[in-house]
Design a protein. Structure first.
Lengths: 317, 298
Protein backbone atom coordinates (compact mmCIF):
# COMPACT_ATOMS: atom_id res chain seq x y z
CA UNK A 1 0.00 0.00 0.00
CA UNK A 2 2.98 2.25 0.30
CA UNK A 3 4.12 1.45 -3.18
CA UNK A 4 4.58 4.97 -4.46
CA UNK A 5 5.66 4.54 -8.03
CA UNK A 6 6.04 0.82 -8.14
CA UNK A 7 5.33 -1.90 -10.64
CA UNK A 8 1.76 -1.46 -11.84
CA UNK A 9 -0.69 -3.72 -10.09
CA UNK A 10 -3.77 -4.99 -11.80
CA UNK A 11 -6.03 -2.75 -9.78
CA UNK A 12 -6.78 -0.45 -12.69
CA UNK A 13 -7.87 -3.35 -14.90
CA UNK A 14 -11.10 -5.28 -14.56
CA UNK A 15 -10.49 -7.97 -11.99
CA UNK A 16 -11.54 -11.35 -13.34
CA UNK A 17 -14.21 -12.98 -11.22
CA UNK A 18 -12.27 -15.85 -9.73
CA UNK A 19 -12.39 -17.67 -6.43
CA UNK A 20 -9.05 -17.23 -4.67
CA UNK A 21 -9.89 -19.25 -1.58
CA UNK A 22 -8.04 -22.45 -0.85
CA UNK A 23 -8.51 -25.25 1.62
CA UNK A 24 -5.79 -27.24 3.35
CA UNK A 25 -7.55 -29.96 5.28
CA UNK A 26 -9.22 -28.20 8.18
CA UNK A 27 -7.48 -24.92 7.34
CA UNK A 28 -9.34 -22.57 5.00
CA UNK A 29 -7.48 -19.57 3.60
CA UNK A 30 -8.92 -16.56 1.75
CA UNK A 31 -6.17 -16.86 -0.85
CA UNK A 32 -3.05 -18.96 -1.33
CA UNK A 33 -0.43 -16.24 -0.75
CA UNK A 34 1.10 -16.63 2.69
CA UNK A 35 4.35 -15.30 4.10
CA UNK A 36 6.95 -17.71 5.46
CA UNK A 37 8.09 -17.93 9.02
CA UNK A 38 11.32 -16.10 9.71
CA UNK A 39 10.83 -13.72 6.78
CA UNK A 40 8.13 -11.45 8.17
CA UNK A 41 9.29 -10.73 11.72
CA UNK A 42 6.32 -10.75 14.06
CA UNK A 43 4.23 -8.95 11.42
CA UNK A 44 4.35 -5.65 13.35
CA UNK A 45 7.49 -4.79 11.42
CA UNK A 46 5.44 -5.12 8.21
CA UNK A 47 2.22 -3.48 9.31
CA UNK A 48 2.75 -0.28 7.38
CA UNK A 49 4.73 -1.89 4.59
CA UNK A 50 1.92 -4.10 3.28
CA UNK A 51 -1.79 -4.46 3.98
CA UNK A 52 -1.40 -7.63 6.02
CA UNK A 53 -5.15 -8.32 5.92
CA UNK A 54 -4.89 -9.03 2.19
CA UNK A 55 -2.63 -12.02 2.72
CA UNK A 56 -3.76 -15.62 2.73
CA UNK A 57 -1.96 -16.15 6.01
CA UNK A 58 0.93 -14.93 8.12
CA UNK A 59 3.56 -17.05 9.83
CA UNK A 60 5.46 -15.15 12.51
CA UNK A 61 9.05 -16.05 13.25
CA UNK A 62 9.47 -19.53 14.76
CA UNK A 63 9.10 -19.63 18.51
CA UNK A 64 10.73 -21.97 20.96
CA UNK A 65 9.92 -22.72 24.59
CA UNK A 66 12.84 -20.70 25.94
CA UNK A 67 14.20 -17.40 24.56
CA UNK A 68 17.11 -17.98 22.19
CA UNK A 69 19.76 -15.40 21.53
CA UNK A 70 20.53 -16.89 18.12
CA UNK A 71 23.83 -17.43 16.38
CA UNK A 72 26.83 -15.12 16.34
CA UNK A 73 27.20 -12.91 13.23
CA UNK A 74 27.67 -13.20 10.38
CA UNK A 75 24.17 -14.53 10.11
CA UNK A 76 23.52 -14.08 6.40
CA UNK A 77 25.62 -14.17 3.25
CA UNK A 78 24.42 -13.43 -0.23
CA UNK A 79 25.18 -16.02 -2.89
CA UNK A 80 24.38 -16.05 -6.59
CA UNK A 81 20.59 -15.72 -6.77
CA UNK A 82 20.24 -16.70 -3.15
CA UNK A 83 20.76 -15.94 0.49
CA UNK A 84 22.50 -18.15 3.00
CA UNK A 85 21.38 -17.74 6.60
CA UNK A 86 22.22 -19.06 10.02
CA UNK A 87 20.08 -16.94 12.32
CA UNK A 88 19.64 -19.73 14.83
CA UNK A 89 15.98 -19.21 15.79
CA UNK A 90 16.70 -15.95 17.60
CA UNK A 91 13.40 -15.41 19.42
CA UNK A 92 11.96 -14.20 22.69
CA UNK A 93 10.45 -17.52 23.73
CA UNK A 94 6.84 -18.64 23.90
CA UNK A 95 5.88 -16.69 27.01
CA UNK A 96 6.95 -13.36 25.56
CA UNK A 97 5.36 -14.33 22.26
CA UNK A 98 2.01 -15.06 23.88
CA UNK A 99 2.16 -11.92 25.99
CA UNK A 100 3.49 -9.38 23.48
CA UNK A 101 3.00 -10.62 19.95
CA UNK A 102 0.02 -12.95 19.78
CA UNK A 103 -2.59 -10.48 21.09
CA UNK A 104 -1.57 -8.16 18.26
CA UNK A 105 -1.32 -10.89 15.64
CA UNK A 106 -4.84 -12.18 16.20
CA UNK A 107 -6.25 -8.72 15.44
CA UNK A 108 -4.77 -8.66 11.94
CA UNK A 109 -7.78 -10.10 10.18
CA UNK A 110 -5.70 -12.73 8.42
CA UNK A 111 -5.11 -16.37 9.37
CA UNK A 112 -2.16 -16.62 11.78
CA UNK A 113 -0.15 -19.82 11.60
CA UNK A 114 2.34 -20.07 14.44
CA UNK A 115 5.62 -21.78 13.66
CA UNK A 116 7.07 -23.72 16.59
CA UNK A 117 10.34 -25.59 17.08
CA UNK A 118 11.78 -27.69 19.84
CA UNK A 119 14.58 -30.06 20.66
CA UNK A 120 12.31 -32.86 21.80
CA UNK A 121 8.93 -34.25 20.87
CA UNK A 122 7.58 -32.95 24.16
CA UNK A 123 8.76 -29.43 23.26
CA UNK A 124 6.78 -29.53 20.02
CA UNK A 125 3.72 -31.00 21.68
CA UNK A 126 3.55 -28.55 24.56
CA UNK A 127 4.11 -25.56 22.27
CA UNK A 128 1.45 -26.76 19.82
CA UNK A 129 -0.95 -27.42 22.67
CA UNK A 130 -0.37 -23.99 24.20
CA UNK A 131 -0.55 -21.77 21.13
CA UNK A 132 -3.31 -23.92 19.58
CA UNK A 133 -5.67 -22.69 22.26
CA UNK A 134 -5.02 -19.01 21.68
CA UNK A 135 -7.06 -18.21 18.59
CA UNK A 136 -4.56 -19.05 15.89
CA UNK A 137 -5.58 -20.64 12.58
CA UNK A 138 -2.99 -23.41 12.62
CA UNK A 139 0.37 -24.48 13.99
CA UNK A 140 3.34 -25.19 11.74
CA UNK A 141 5.88 -27.62 13.15
CA UNK A 142 9.31 -26.41 12.05
CA UNK A 143 10.84 -29.86 11.70
CA UNK A 144 13.56 -28.56 9.48
CA UNK A 145 15.59 -25.61 10.72
CA UNK A 146 19.15 -26.45 9.69
CA UNK A 147 20.74 -23.96 12.06
CA UNK A 148 20.00 -25.42 15.46
CA UNK A 149 20.79 -28.85 16.72
CA UNK A 150 17.93 -31.14 17.55
CA UNK A 151 14.99 -30.03 15.44
CA UNK A 152 16.28 -31.26 12.15
CA UNK A 153 16.17 -34.91 13.14
CA UNK A 154 12.38 -34.80 13.07
CA UNK A 155 12.51 -33.80 9.44
CA UNK A 156 15.06 -36.35 8.33
CA UNK A 157 13.72 -39.47 10.02
CA UNK A 158 10.30 -40.72 8.90
CA UNK A 159 9.43 -42.43 12.13
CA UNK A 160 10.28 -39.46 14.38
CA UNK A 161 8.42 -37.22 11.97
CA UNK A 162 5.35 -39.43 12.24
CA UNK A 163 5.50 -39.53 16.00
CA UNK A 164 5.94 -35.81 16.59
CA UNK A 165 3.15 -34.95 14.16
CA UNK A 166 0.81 -37.54 15.71
CA UNK A 167 1.51 -36.31 19.22
CA UNK A 168 1.09 -32.66 18.26
CA UNK A 169 -2.11 -33.42 16.38
CA UNK A 170 -3.53 -35.14 19.43
CA UNK A 171 -2.64 -32.26 21.75
CA UNK A 172 -3.51 -29.32 19.51
CA UNK A 173 -7.06 -28.29 18.65
CA UNK A 174 -6.16 -26.47 15.43
CA UNK A 175 -4.72 -27.80 12.13
CA UNK A 176 -1.13 -29.04 12.18
CA UNK A 177 1.23 -28.29 9.32
CA UNK A 178 4.59 -30.05 9.04
CA UNK A 179 7.42 -28.02 7.50
CA UNK A 180 9.91 -30.32 5.86
CA UNK A 181 13.52 -30.09 4.88
CA UNK A 182 14.88 -30.83 1.41
CA UNK A 183 18.08 -32.14 3.00
CA UNK A 184 16.99 -35.78 2.76
CA UNK A 185 17.32 -38.53 0.21
CA UNK A 186 13.58 -39.09 -0.29
CA UNK A 187 11.35 -36.23 0.88
CA UNK A 188 8.21 -38.10 -0.20
CA UNK A 189 8.83 -40.69 2.51
CA UNK A 190 8.99 -38.00 5.18
CA UNK A 191 5.84 -36.40 3.78
CA UNK A 192 4.05 -39.74 3.90
CA UNK A 193 5.05 -40.14 7.53
CA UNK A 194 3.65 -36.68 8.27
CA UNK A 195 0.43 -37.62 6.52
CA UNK A 196 0.14 -40.84 8.49
CA UNK A 197 0.81 -38.90 11.67
CA UNK A 198 -2.21 -36.75 10.92
CA UNK A 199 -0.73 -33.58 9.45
CA UNK A 200 -3.35 -31.40 7.79
CA UNK A 201 -0.74 -30.32 5.25
CA UNK A 202 2.97 -30.40 4.59
CA UNK A 203 5.02 -27.27 3.90
CA UNK A 204 8.05 -27.57 1.69
CA UNK A 205 10.79 -26.71 1.47
CA UNK A 206 12.81 -25.20 4.26
CA UNK A 207 16.30 -24.01 3.34
CA UNK A 208 18.94 -26.13 1.64
CA UNK A 209 21.95 -26.84 3.84
CA UNK A 210 24.85 -24.91 2.36
CA UNK A 211 28.05 -23.04 3.05
CA UNK A 212 30.09 -20.00 2.07
CA UNK A 213 33.83 -19.69 2.54
CA UNK A 214 36.31 -16.81 2.79
CA UNK A 215 39.30 -18.47 1.18
CA UNK A 216 41.72 -15.73 2.20
CA UNK A 217 40.91 -16.19 5.88
CA UNK A 218 40.39 -19.93 5.30
CA UNK A 219 37.18 -19.68 7.28
CA UNK A 220 33.46 -20.13 6.77
CA UNK A 221 31.77 -16.74 6.41
CA UNK A 222 28.76 -17.58 8.56
CA UNK A 223 29.33 -17.44 12.30
CA UNK A 224 27.67 -20.83 12.54
CA UNK A 225 29.80 -22.41 9.80
CA UNK A 226 26.98 -23.80 7.71
CA UNK A 227 23.57 -22.35 7.01
CA UNK A 228 20.42 -22.61 4.95
CA UNK A 229 20.19 -21.43 1.35
CA UNK A 230 17.01 -19.68 0.21
CA UNK A 231 15.89 -17.40 -2.59
CA UNK A 232 15.43 -17.89 -6.34
CA UNK A 233 18.48 -20.20 -6.45
CA UNK A 234 16.51 -22.97 -4.72
CA UNK A 235 13.18 -22.64 -6.54
CA UNK A 236 13.82 -25.55 -8.92
CA UNK A 237 14.67 -27.77 -5.95
CA UNK A 238 11.47 -26.73 -4.20
CA UNK A 239 9.37 -27.41 -7.29
CA UNK A 240 10.94 -30.83 -7.62
CA UNK A 241 10.13 -31.59 -3.98
CA UNK A 242 6.53 -30.42 -4.37
CA UNK A 243 6.18 -32.61 -7.43
CA UNK A 244 7.59 -35.68 -5.68
CA UNK A 245 5.46 -35.15 -2.61
CA UNK A 246 2.29 -34.45 -4.63
CA UNK A 247 2.83 -37.78 -6.31
CA UNK A 248 3.11 -39.56 -2.96
CA UNK A 249 0.59 -38.03 -0.54
CA UNK A 250 -3.03 -36.90 -0.64
CA UNK A 251 -2.84 -34.14 1.95
CA UNK A 252 -2.40 -30.58 0.72
CA UNK A 253 1.02 -29.05 0.17
CA UNK A 254 2.19 -25.51 0.87
CA UNK A 255 4.96 -24.65 -1.57
CA UNK A 256 7.92 -22.58 -0.38
CA UNK A 257 11.27 -21.82 -1.97
CA UNK A 258 12.44 -18.83 -3.96
CA UNK A 259 9.03 -17.56 -5.02
CA UNK A 260 9.60 -14.08 -6.42
CA UNK A 261 6.83 -13.35 -8.93
CA UNK A 262 3.38 -14.45 -10.06
CA UNK A 263 4.78 -16.98 -12.52
CA UNK A 264 6.54 -18.71 -9.65
CA UNK A 265 3.28 -18.81 -7.69
CA UNK A 266 1.43 -20.39 -10.60
CA UNK A 267 4.19 -22.95 -11.15
CA UNK A 268 3.87 -24.12 -7.55
CA UNK A 269 0.06 -24.30 -7.67
CA UNK A 270 0.03 -26.27 -10.91
CA UNK A 271 2.76 -28.59 -9.65
CA UNK A 272 0.84 -29.47 -6.52
CA UNK A 273 0.79 -26.72 -3.94
CA UNK A 274 -2.56 -25.59 -2.52
CA UNK A 275 -0.92 -22.46 -1.15
CA UNK A 276 2.51 -20.86 -1.17
CA UNK A 277 4.67 -18.99 1.27
CA UNK A 278 6.75 -16.00 0.20
CA UNK A 279 10.06 -16.02 2.03
CA UNK A 280 13.35 -14.42 1.07
CA UNK A 281 11.63 -12.12 -1.45
CA UNK A 282 10.11 -10.26 1.51
CA UNK A 283 13.66 -9.14 2.28
CA UNK A 284 14.47 -7.66 -1.09
CA UNK A 285 11.00 -6.72 -2.33
CA UNK A 286 9.04 -5.97 0.85
CA UNK A 287 5.72 -5.22 -0.86
CA UNK A 288 5.79 -8.29 -3.12
CA UNK A 289 3.41 -10.50 -1.13
CA UNK A 290 0.32 -8.32 -1.46
CA UNK A 291 1.12 -7.44 -5.07
CA UNK A 292 1.00 -11.17 -5.81
CA UNK A 293 -2.50 -11.34 -4.32
CA UNK A 294 -3.50 -8.55 -6.71
CA UNK A 295 -1.91 -10.28 -9.67
CA UNK A 296 -3.34 -13.75 -9.02
CA UNK A 297 -6.83 -13.33 -10.60
CA UNK A 298 -5.37 -12.28 -13.94
CA UNK A 299 -2.89 -15.16 -13.91
CA UNK A 300 -5.67 -17.66 -13.22
CA UNK A 301 -7.82 -16.12 -15.96
CA UNK A 302 -4.96 -16.49 -18.37
CA UNK A 303 -5.39 -20.27 -18.27
CA UNK A 304 -9.20 -20.01 -18.04
CA UNK A 305 -9.33 -21.05 -14.41
CA UNK A 306 -12.21 -19.71 -12.36
CA UNK A 307 -10.71 -20.67 -9.02
CA UNK A 308 -7.42 -21.48 -7.35
CA UNK A 309 -8.62 -25.04 -6.79
CA UNK A 310 -9.02 -25.42 -10.56
CA UNK A 311 -5.27 -25.29 -11.07
CA UNK A 312 -3.87 -27.14 -8.04
CA UNK A 313 -2.11 -30.39 -8.98
CA UNK A 314 -2.89 -30.09 -12.66
CA UNK A 315 0.65 -30.76 -13.87
CA UNK A 316 0.67 -33.11 -16.82
CA UNK A 317 3.65 -35.42 -16.82
CA UNK B 1 8.39 7.26 15.46
CA UNK B 2 7.67 4.15 17.42
CA UNK B 3 5.87 3.03 20.47
CA UNK B 4 8.15 4.02 23.34
CA UNK B 5 6.68 1.29 25.49
CA UNK B 6 7.76 -1.50 23.23
CA UNK B 7 10.68 -0.25 21.20
CA UNK B 8 13.21 0.49 23.92
CA UNK B 9 16.45 -1.31 23.24
CA UNK B 10 16.90 -1.71 27.00
CA UNK B 11 14.15 -4.26 26.84
CA UNK B 12 15.05 -7.90 26.63
CA UNK B 13 12.27 -8.15 24.09
CA UNK B 14 12.86 -7.38 20.50
CA UNK B 15 11.57 -4.00 19.44
CA UNK B 16 8.11 -4.65 18.21
CA UNK B 17 8.07 -2.32 15.30
CA UNK B 18 9.97 0.49 13.63
CA UNK B 19 9.78 0.80 9.85
CA UNK B 20 6.74 2.99 10.22
CA UNK B 21 7.24 5.50 7.46
CA UNK B 22 8.87 3.16 4.98
CA UNK B 23 8.11 3.55 1.30
CA UNK B 24 9.17 1.17 -1.45
CA UNK B 25 9.94 3.05 -4.62
CA UNK B 26 10.76 1.72 -8.07
CA UNK B 27 12.73 4.46 -9.79
CA UNK B 28 15.92 5.06 -11.74
CA UNK B 29 19.31 6.69 -11.36
CA UNK B 30 19.16 10.35 -12.33
CA UNK B 31 22.81 10.95 -11.47
CA UNK B 32 25.69 8.62 -10.71
CA UNK B 33 29.10 10.24 -10.63
CA UNK B 34 32.51 9.54 -9.20
CA UNK B 35 33.37 12.06 -6.47
CA UNK B 36 36.61 10.58 -5.11
CA UNK B 37 38.79 7.52 -5.47
CA UNK B 38 36.42 4.50 -5.73
CA UNK B 39 33.66 6.70 -4.32
CA UNK B 40 30.44 7.62 -6.10
CA UNK B 41 27.37 9.72 -5.48
CA UNK B 42 24.06 8.60 -6.95
CA UNK B 43 20.78 10.49 -7.04
CA UNK B 44 17.27 9.10 -7.36
CA UNK B 45 13.90 10.82 -7.40
CA UNK B 46 12.12 9.51 -4.32
CA UNK B 47 9.93 12.28 -2.89
CA UNK B 48 8.06 9.99 -0.50
CA UNK B 49 11.34 8.88 1.06
CA UNK B 50 12.92 12.35 0.93
CA UNK B 51 9.97 13.88 2.76
CA UNK B 52 10.14 11.44 5.66
CA UNK B 53 13.83 11.03 6.39
CA UNK B 54 15.75 12.31 9.40
CA UNK B 55 19.55 12.44 9.72
CA UNK B 56 21.17 9.08 10.40
CA UNK B 57 18.50 7.06 8.64
CA UNK B 58 19.30 4.87 5.65
CA UNK B 59 17.68 3.27 2.66
CA UNK B 60 17.99 -0.18 1.18
CA UNK B 61 18.77 -0.10 -2.53
CA UNK B 62 19.14 -2.72 -5.25
CA UNK B 63 19.42 -2.84 -9.00
CA UNK B 64 15.85 -3.62 -10.05
CA UNK B 65 14.93 -6.82 -11.84
CA UNK B 66 18.18 -8.71 -11.32
CA UNK B 67 18.81 -11.79 -9.21
CA UNK B 68 22.49 -11.05 -8.69
CA UNK B 69 23.06 -9.21 -6.51
CA UNK B 70 19.80 -10.31 -4.95
CA UNK B 71 19.74 -8.56 -1.61
CA UNK B 72 19.43 -4.83 -1.05
CA UNK B 73 22.30 -2.78 0.33
CA UNK B 74 21.97 -0.40 3.25
CA UNK B 75 23.29 3.07 2.47
CA UNK B 76 23.04 6.14 4.69
CA UNK B 77 21.08 9.01 3.24
CA UNK B 78 23.78 11.49 2.24
CA UNK B 79 21.67 14.37 1.04
CA UNK B 80 18.09 15.35 0.37
CA UNK B 81 17.58 17.84 -2.41
CA UNK B 82 14.47 19.97 -2.88
CA UNK B 83 12.79 20.77 -6.18
CA UNK B 84 12.08 24.34 -7.35
CA UNK B 85 8.97 24.45 -5.18
CA UNK B 86 11.03 23.60 -2.12
CA UNK B 87 9.65 20.08 -1.74
CA UNK B 88 12.09 17.31 -0.75
CA UNK B 89 12.42 15.36 -3.98
CA UNK B 90 15.76 13.68 -4.56
CA UNK B 91 17.75 11.34 -2.36
CA UNK B 92 21.55 11.26 -2.73
CA UNK B 93 23.60 8.27 -1.63
CA UNK B 94 27.39 8.13 -1.47
CA UNK B 95 29.02 4.71 -1.72
CA UNK B 96 32.42 3.12 -1.87
CA UNK B 97 32.84 0.82 -4.85
CA UNK B 98 34.06 -2.49 -3.51
CA UNK B 99 31.58 -5.36 -3.93
CA UNK B 100 28.82 -7.19 -5.73
CA UNK B 101 26.39 -4.28 -5.64
CA UNK B 102 28.59 -1.22 -5.57
CA UNK B 103 30.77 -2.33 -8.48
CA UNK B 104 27.97 -2.79 -11.04
CA UNK B 105 26.16 0.21 -9.57
CA UNK B 106 29.21 2.41 -10.11
CA UNK B 107 29.16 1.39 -13.79
CA UNK B 108 25.42 1.91 -14.23
CA UNK B 109 24.34 4.77 -16.47
CA UNK B 110 21.70 7.34 -15.64
CA UNK B 111 18.32 5.74 -16.27
CA UNK B 112 19.23 2.40 -14.70
CA UNK B 113 16.19 1.08 -12.80
CA UNK B 114 16.69 0.75 -9.07
CA UNK B 115 14.44 -0.32 -6.25
CA UNK B 116 14.76 1.35 -2.90
CA UNK B 117 12.91 1.35 0.38
CA UNK B 118 13.20 3.66 3.29
CA UNK B 119 13.73 5.76 5.24
CA UNK B 120 14.85 3.11 7.72
CA UNK B 121 16.34 2.99 11.18
CA UNK B 122 16.03 5.41 14.05
CA UNK B 123 18.32 8.33 13.12
CA UNK B 124 20.44 10.47 15.42
CA UNK B 125 18.84 12.19 18.40
CA UNK B 126 18.59 15.99 18.01
CA UNK B 127 19.87 16.59 21.54
CA UNK B 128 20.85 20.23 22.00
CA UNK B 129 24.52 21.01 22.66
CA UNK B 130 27.01 23.83 22.24
CA UNK B 131 29.33 21.87 20.01
CA UNK B 132 28.60 18.83 17.87
CA UNK B 133 31.68 16.90 16.84
CA UNK B 134 31.18 14.38 14.05
CA UNK B 135 34.11 11.95 14.14
CA UNK B 136 34.12 9.79 11.04
CA UNK B 137 36.42 7.50 9.12
CA UNK B 138 36.43 5.61 5.84
CA UNK B 139 33.01 5.95 4.20
CA UNK B 140 31.48 6.93 7.57
CA UNK B 141 31.03 10.56 6.60
CA UNK B 142 27.85 9.75 4.67
CA UNK B 143 25.21 10.25 7.39
CA UNK B 144 26.83 13.45 8.68
CA UNK B 145 26.00 16.04 6.04
CA UNK B 146 22.31 16.07 6.93
CA UNK B 147 22.98 15.79 10.65
CA UNK B 148 25.38 18.72 10.66
CA UNK B 149 22.99 20.84 8.60
CA UNK B 150 20.16 20.04 10.97
CA UNK B 151 22.37 20.84 13.95
CA UNK B 152 23.45 24.24 12.60
CA UNK B 153 19.96 25.09 11.41
CA UNK B 154 20.64 24.98 7.67
CA UNK B 155 18.07 22.26 7.00
CA UNK B 156 15.03 20.88 8.83
CA UNK B 157 13.51 17.43 8.90
CA UNK B 158 10.18 17.78 10.63
CA UNK B 159 11.75 18.03 14.08
CA UNK B 160 13.78 20.66 15.96
CA UNK B 161 16.84 22.01 14.16
CA UNK B 162 19.50 24.53 15.00
CA UNK B 163 20.21 22.59 18.16
CA UNK B 164 24.03 23.04 18.13
CA UNK B 165 25.98 26.29 18.16
CA UNK B 166 29.01 24.87 16.37
CA UNK B 167 29.42 21.85 14.16
CA UNK B 168 32.76 20.23 13.61
CA UNK B 169 33.79 17.33 11.37
CA UNK B 170 36.84 15.19 12.05
CA UNK B 171 37.21 13.08 8.94
CA UNK B 172 39.87 10.46 8.41
CA UNK B 173 40.70 8.22 5.47
CA UNK B 174 43.57 6.04 4.34
CA UNK B 175 44.71 8.72 1.89
CA UNK B 176 43.68 12.02 0.35
CA UNK B 177 42.11 10.41 -2.71
CA UNK B 178 39.52 8.62 -0.60
CA UNK B 179 38.27 11.78 1.13
CA UNK B 180 34.86 12.28 -0.46
CA UNK B 181 32.49 15.23 -0.21
CA UNK B 182 34.83 17.47 1.80
CA UNK B 183 33.60 20.54 -0.11
CA UNK B 184 29.99 19.68 0.76
CA UNK B 185 30.89 19.70 4.44
CA UNK B 186 32.83 22.95 4.19
CA UNK B 187 30.02 24.62 2.24
CA UNK B 188 27.60 23.55 4.97
CA UNK B 189 29.61 25.67 7.37
CA UNK B 190 31.20 22.97 9.49
CA UNK B 191 34.74 23.25 10.86
CA UNK B 192 36.43 20.47 8.93
CA UNK B 193 39.54 18.76 10.20
CA UNK B 194 41.04 16.09 7.99
CA UNK B 195 43.45 13.30 8.78
CA UNK B 196 44.93 10.49 6.75
CA UNK B 197 46.88 7.36 7.49
CA UNK B 198 49.67 8.41 5.11
CA UNK B 199 49.66 12.15 5.78
CA UNK B 200 48.62 12.99 2.21
CA UNK B 201 45.92 15.32 3.56
CA UNK B 202 45.50 16.90 6.97
CA UNK B 203 47.34 15.45 9.93
CA UNK B 204 48.91 12.04 9.72
CA UNK B 205 46.87 10.66 12.57
CA UNK B 206 43.87 8.54 13.42
CA UNK B 207 40.43 9.98 14.09
CA UNK B 208 40.30 9.01 17.79
CA UNK B 209 43.66 10.76 18.38
CA UNK B 210 42.41 13.96 16.76
CA UNK B 211 39.25 13.76 18.84
CA UNK B 212 41.28 13.31 22.03
CA UNK B 213 43.33 16.37 21.08
CA UNK B 214 40.17 18.42 20.42
CA UNK B 215 38.48 17.42 23.67
CA UNK B 216 41.60 18.39 25.58
CA UNK B 217 41.71 21.74 23.78
CA UNK B 218 38.04 22.39 24.51
CA UNK B 219 38.58 21.61 28.17
CA UNK B 220 35.04 22.07 29.46
CA UNK B 221 33.28 19.34 27.52
CA UNK B 222 30.00 19.51 29.43
CA UNK B 223 28.07 20.73 26.41
CA UNK B 224 29.92 18.77 23.72
CA UNK B 225 28.29 15.93 21.83
CA UNK B 226 30.10 13.44 19.64
CA UNK B 227 28.61 11.30 16.91
CA UNK B 228 30.68 8.71 15.08
CA UNK B 229 30.46 6.48 12.04
CA UNK B 230 33.14 4.41 10.37
CA UNK B 231 35.19 1.28 10.97
CA UNK B 232 34.11 -0.49 14.15
CA UNK B 233 37.54 -0.29 15.75
CA UNK B 234 37.60 3.46 15.17
CA UNK B 235 34.13 3.89 16.71
CA UNK B 236 35.17 1.82 19.69
CA UNK B 237 38.18 4.10 20.28
CA UNK B 238 36.03 7.20 19.79
CA UNK B 239 33.55 5.81 22.32
CA UNK B 240 36.37 5.15 24.80
CA UNK B 241 37.67 8.68 24.37
CA UNK B 242 34.19 10.12 24.97
CA UNK B 243 33.67 7.98 28.02
CA UNK B 244 36.97 9.23 29.45
CA UNK B 245 35.90 12.85 28.94
CA UNK B 246 32.29 12.22 30.01
CA UNK B 247 31.05 13.29 26.60
CA UNK B 248 27.71 12.16 25.19
CA UNK B 249 28.40 9.91 22.20
CA UNK B 250 26.17 8.21 19.65
CA UNK B 251 27.48 5.62 17.19
CA UNK B 252 26.08 4.57 13.83
CA UNK B 253 26.55 0.81 13.64
CA UNK B 254 27.11 -0.95 10.37
CA UNK B 255 26.31 -4.62 10.50
CA UNK B 256 25.48 -6.77 7.47
CA UNK B 257 21.80 -6.38 6.70
CA UNK B 258 19.56 -8.38 4.39
CA UNK B 259 16.20 -6.59 4.68
CA UNK B 260 16.70 -3.31 6.56
CA UNK B 261 13.19 -3.52 8.03
CA UNK B 262 13.57 -5.87 10.99
CA UNK B 263 12.26 -9.10 9.53
CA UNK B 264 15.39 -11.16 8.88
CA UNK B 265 17.35 -10.81 12.15
CA UNK B 266 20.70 -10.73 10.30
CA UNK B 267 22.14 -7.40 11.37
CA UNK B 268 22.47 -7.96 15.09
CA UNK B 269 24.95 -6.20 17.37
CA UNK B 270 25.62 -6.89 21.03
CA UNK B 271 23.75 -4.27 23.03
CA UNK B 272 24.04 -3.97 26.79
CA UNK B 273 20.87 -4.45 28.77
CA UNK B 274 19.69 -2.92 32.03
CA UNK B 275 20.41 -6.22 33.81
CA UNK B 276 24.10 -6.01 32.89
CA UNK B 277 23.96 -8.71 30.22
CA UNK B 278 23.98 -8.14 26.49
CA UNK B 279 21.43 -9.13 23.88
CA UNK B 280 21.61 -9.22 20.10
CA UNK B 281 19.66 -6.26 18.74
CA UNK B 282 18.77 -5.62 15.12
CA UNK B 283 20.69 -2.54 14.06
CA UNK B 284 18.19 -1.86 11.27
CA UNK B 285 15.25 -1.22 13.58
CA UNK B 286 16.74 -0.78 17.04
CA UNK B 287 19.57 1.27 15.49
CA UNK B 288 21.63 1.97 13.52
CA UNK B 289 22.18 4.80 15.99
CA UNK B 290 22.95 3.71 19.55
CA UNK B 291 24.28 5.49 22.58
CA UNK B 292 27.92 4.44 22.61
CA UNK B 293 27.72 3.17 26.18
CA UNK B 294 25.14 0.59 25.12
CA UNK B 295 27.41 -1.21 22.68
CA UNK B 296 29.27 -4.30 23.82
CA UNK B 297 32.35 -4.08 21.59
CA UNK B 298 33.69 -7.52 22.51
Amino acid sequence: MNQATATPTDSDQPIPNVDLSTKLGRLALPNPIMVASGTFGYAREMQEVVDVSKLGGVLPKTITAEPRVGNAPWRTVETTGGLLNAIGLDNDGVDAFCEHHLPYLVTLNTPIVVSVAGRTEDDFVSLAQLVGQLGVAAVELNLSCPNVSGGIDFGTNASSCHDVVAAARKACPVPILAKLTPNVTRIAEIAKAAQEGGADAVCLINTVLAMAVDWKKRKPILGNGMGGLSGPAIKPIALRCVHQVASAVDIPIIGIGGIANIDDVMQFLVTGASAVQIGTANYYDPTLSTRLVDQLPAALAEINASSVSDVIRTLQV
Amino acid sequence: MSDPNTADCDSNLHASYYADGMQQVETELVENEQIAQSTYRLRVAAPTIAARAVPGQFVMIRLAGVNAPLIGRALAIYDIVNNDQGDPTWVDLVYLQKGAFTTPCSQSPVGTPVSLWGPLGNGFDPRPCDRLIMAVGGIGQTPMLLLGREANGAQAFGRPNGWAKDVELIYGARNEGLLAGVDDFRQAGFDVQLCTDDGSAGQQALVPAILEQRLQEIGDTASVRVVTCGPEIMMEKVAECCQKHHVDCQVSMETPMACGIGICFSCVAKVKQADGNWDYKRTCVEGPIFDAGKIDWS
